[in-house]
Structure formats: structure tokens, C-alpha cells
Design a protein around this ligand. Structure first.
Ligand SMILES: C[S@@+](CC[C@H](N)C(=O)[O-])C[C@H]1O[C@@H](n2cnc3c(N)ncnc32)[C@H](O)[C@@H]1O
Length: 425
């Protein structure tokens, strides 16, 4: 494979390209890497490669002319990848895709970046190595280069060492150990000393699964998983992310029309669907709050039918979901009950289709790691201002930038629980 790096600092690559496997692969001819400095293509007395930005602002911008000349002079540019924070995230899948190419050109920006018209003139693919900003594209180009190179046949000493690594099977890798067996009181896990290869393989698989669920759960959505993997994952405590979350469906005080605050009737479907979604995500309880005594009695008999009555025998899964439901007269009772059970009042977070919210999903995920949260869902036209104003936070709405976000409460509950507790990393 031929890789050309366009960089104003080619010396940056001297040592990494000469070290270890990379140095050997280049010596063997597995990989042909060369650096081209756009400065060598700069015109004029000063060989300038940057200029101040149109529109003002700090920093300098890399000029088009030297870069365009440098790219046009390449005998075989192949796919042109420009390192940029706005690019497609670098991943093992992208490395695999690029390893199938015969030539790549890596363009490294510096200063504030490259004049945007570069992307109009050439078929450039921006690639990011993470949500952070580097001084220049060189460090990112090295990451890309190494991840691609080690997938080339003959790059690695032993073919197998690439196959079991993190991401290769869609999972993070299991932990490694080497001599001595014990170091400062830390022992190598016994199974690795057992000589039982089947046990070692299954231990490693489980370690991989557990590490992935813990650190990068979103990878599991794409990983190759067997039935045995699934039952192992299911049994891990981390598989119950909703251990601190409680949901309350309020029927009062809610908006019952334009500027009218009132009480709504209980809806059978709401109780079924919200408790099923809650059970699926490991939510601890689903409060249904209504001040109307007859509605509470109705709800109690409905829940009893499914949890202890004929419904439970006919549909045990439904019984499991509906047993999360707790009928209360109002929000204050739900808060009081949780405070008694958990030792302190929960963080009360309201939801609304309007405004920007005072906490984001990520912010709430962080809070959820350490404290009980009561997430309020409104029926009718949504929670009344008095609830929104007294809650600790209001969660940023679903689709706050769209021109329509009037979701039914059951759908909103499903979307929010998935965002808060789903395997998104
Ligand atoms: C100081 S950065 C420019 C940052 C740019 N002004 C911005 O805010 O997005 C200079 C160069 O570093 C490279 N770079 C910085 N962070 C990167 C990242 N996360 N992934 C890939 N390249 C990056 C790019 O080539 C970029 O043009």
C-alpha cells in the first residue's frame, strides 16, 4: 500500500515511521510511506503557506495554492483523507475499509485548519480521531496510518494477534497478564494458570463481554453475540441501568387545554406500555398519580387483575411489568415514599415538549449514576407550570429543534428511557 502524508511538519513522522513493526513493514516493502510538504509547492519569495482568515478572528488558515499544487503533483493519491475534527469518526471498521485500498493520501491541517474550498476542489474525505482538538493533523494521521497498516497482510508477525484484539469481533479485548504470577499482592486469575484451554477461552470471552458492557455498551448493538453471550450479559448487574430511576405519570396538575390546568383520566394503555418499557430498561417504579379516589380504585383493580388476578396467570410477563406500578394521590406522596425508601428525596426531573430544558440527557445520566431520580411525565397537554417550576430540573425535550414534537406520553417515555438507560455509551 502506498501512503502519502501531506504535512507542514514531515519531521513529525521520522521516529514513528522508523520504530517497531512500522519500521519493519516499511523495510519489507509491505508499506510505502512518504511525506510531502506543501511548503515545497509554495510560490513567492517567502514560500508562505498560511494567511489570516477572511471575516477576521484569531489564528491563520492554510492556503489553497500550495496544497492544491502538492496534491496535483502526486502520482497516485488514492483516497484523499483530511484529518479534521468535523470528519467521520475513525474506527476499526474504517481502518478495515481503508486497508483494502492500494493508495491513500493523508492531509494534515495546521493553524485554524485548511481553506474550505480545498474540499470543493478535491474529493476529500474528512476523518476525525476524536472529539477533541489537536495542534495539527499529524498525530491523527499517525493513528489512522497505524490502524490501517496493522491490518495489512504480512504487517504483523503472527497473523492471529490482530484477530483477537479489541473491536475485531465488535467487543473490547479481555485483560492480559504475564510473569510473575503475583506482584505486590496482585495475582494472575487462577483460570489462566489452569492449562484448561476451553475454560480460558470462555473466561476471556466473558471478560470481553463484561468490559464492553461496562465501558462501551453501544458496541454490543453491532457485535456478534451467541445465546450464551446474551445470558451471561443478562446476569451482569450492569445490565440493569435503571436501578436509580423512578417514573411518575401525573394526571394532575396538567394542562387540559390552552392555559387550563386540571385533571385527566387514567388511561389503561399508558399504564401497560409505560410499565413494560420501564421493566425492559430496569426502572425501579412507575408511579401513577391521580387525586381522584375512584380513578385510584380503578387503577388498583386494573393492576391487581394483571399482577395477582387472572391476568397474571395468563400473561406472567405483563404481571412483571405492572408490578412496578404504584398508585398515589399526588407527586408529593411519590417523593415522600422514595425519600423514605432511599434515605433522601429523589432528584425530581420534569419533562416538557417546550423550551431548551435545564438538564440534558447526558447530564441526567451522570446524576443517575449516584442518586435516585424521579422522572415526571405529564398526561393531557403536559405538566402544569407549577410542576415545571418546582422540579429540580426540566429535561431537554425530545426533538427540541424540530417543527413538530408532540409525542404521546407513552412514546415519549420509551424514547426518554432509551436515551437515559439505553446502551449508547
Ligand atoms: C488546531 S486544529 C484546527 C481546529 C479547528 N479550528 C476547529 O475548531 O475545528 C488544526 C488541525 O489539526 C487537525 N485536528 C485537530 N483535531 C483533530 C481531530 N480531533 N481529529 C482529526 N484531526 C484533528 C486538523 O487537521 C486541523 O485542521
Amino acid at each position: 500500500m502506498r501512503i502519502t502524508i501531506l504535512s507542514l511538519f514531515p519531521e513529525f513522522f521520522d521516529s514513528p515511521l522508523a520504530s517497531g513493526l512500522m519500521g519493519k513493514a516499511r523495510a519489507k516493502g509491505v508499506l510505502d510511506v512518504s511525506c510531502v510538504n506543501p511548503r515545497d509547492f509554495a510560490q513567492g519569495k517567502h514560500k508562505s503557506v498560511d494567511d489570516s482568515p477572511y471575516g477576521g478572528g484569531p489564528g491563520m488558515v492554510m492556503q489553497l495554492d500550495p496544497l492544491a499544487r502538492a496534491v496535483r503533483a502526486l502520482p497516485e493519491p488514492g483516497r484523499i483523507l483530511m484529518l479534521s475534527p468535523k470528519g467521520r469518526p475513525m474506527s476499526q471498521a474504517l481502518a478495515r475499509e481503508l486497508a483494502a485500498e492500494s493508495a491513500l493520501t493523508l492531509v494534515c491541517g495546521r493553524y485554524e485548519g485548511i481553506d474550505s474550498r480545498f474540499e470543493e476542489l478535491f474529493p476529500v474525505e474528512p476523518v476525525s480521531v476524536g472529539d477533541f482538538v489537536l495542534n495539527g493533523g499529524e498525530a491523527g494521521a499517525l493513528c489512522l496510518l497505524e490502524s490501517v497498516a496493522r491490518l495489512l497482510p504480512e504487517y504483523m508477525g503472527k497473523e492471529a494477534s490482530g484477530e483477537e484484539e479489541s473491536f475485531s469481533s465488535g467487543l473490547l479485548e479481555y485483560p492480559h497478564y504475564t510473569r510473575p504470577e503475583e506482584f505486590e499482592g496482585c495475582r494472575v486469575p487462577d483460570v489462566l494458570l489452569s492449562g484448561d484451554h476451553a475454560r480460558i477461552a470462555s473466561w476471556r470471552r466473558e471478560q470481553s463481554l463484561a468490559a464492553t458492557l461496562d465501558a462501551r455498551p453501544e458496541l454490543l448493538a453491532e457485535a456478534d453475540l451467541s445465546r450464551a453471550d446474551l445470558s451471561f450479559l443478562r446476569a451482569l448487574p450492569r445490565a440493569k441501568p435503571g436501578r436509580n430511576l423512578h417514573v411518575a405519570l401525573l394526571h394532575h396538575p396538567v394542562m387540559t387545554g390552552e392555559r387550563k390546568v386540571g385533571t385527566t383520566s387514567l388511561t389503561n394503555l399508558d399504564l401497560h406500555d409505560i410499565s413494560r418499557v420501564s421493566r425492559s430498561y430496569g426502572v425501579c417504579s412507575v408511579f401513577a398519580a391521580t387525586p381522584l379516589e375512584d380513578q385510584r380504585a380503578l387503577a388498583e383493580s386494573l393492576v391487581a387483575h394483571w399482577t395477582t388476578g387472572p391476568g397474571a396467570a395468563a400473561n406472567p410477563d405483563r404481571a412483571e411489568a405492572l408490578s412496578l406500578v404504584r398508585i398515589v394521590p399526588d407527586l408529593e406522596t411519590a417523593v415522600r415514599e422514595l425519600a423514605r425508601e432511599t434515605g433522601r428525596p429523589p432528584l425530581v426531573v420534569a419533562t416538557s415538549a417546550r423550551g431548551a430544558g435545564t438538564i440534558t440527557v447526558r447530564g441526567l445520566r451522570e446524576r443517575l449514576a449516584g442518586e435516585a431520580v424521579l422522572l415526571l411525565l405529564g398526561t393531557g397537554h403536559g405538566l402544569a407550570p407549577e410542576v415545571l417550576d418546582t422540579a429540580d430540573f426540566t429535561l431537554r425535550p425530545i426533538r427540541p429543534f424540530g417543527d413538530y414534537n408532540h409525542l404521546p406520553v407513552r412514546a415519549a417515555a420509551a424514547v426518554l428511557l432509551d436515551r437515559l438507560l439505553g446502551d449508547h455509551g
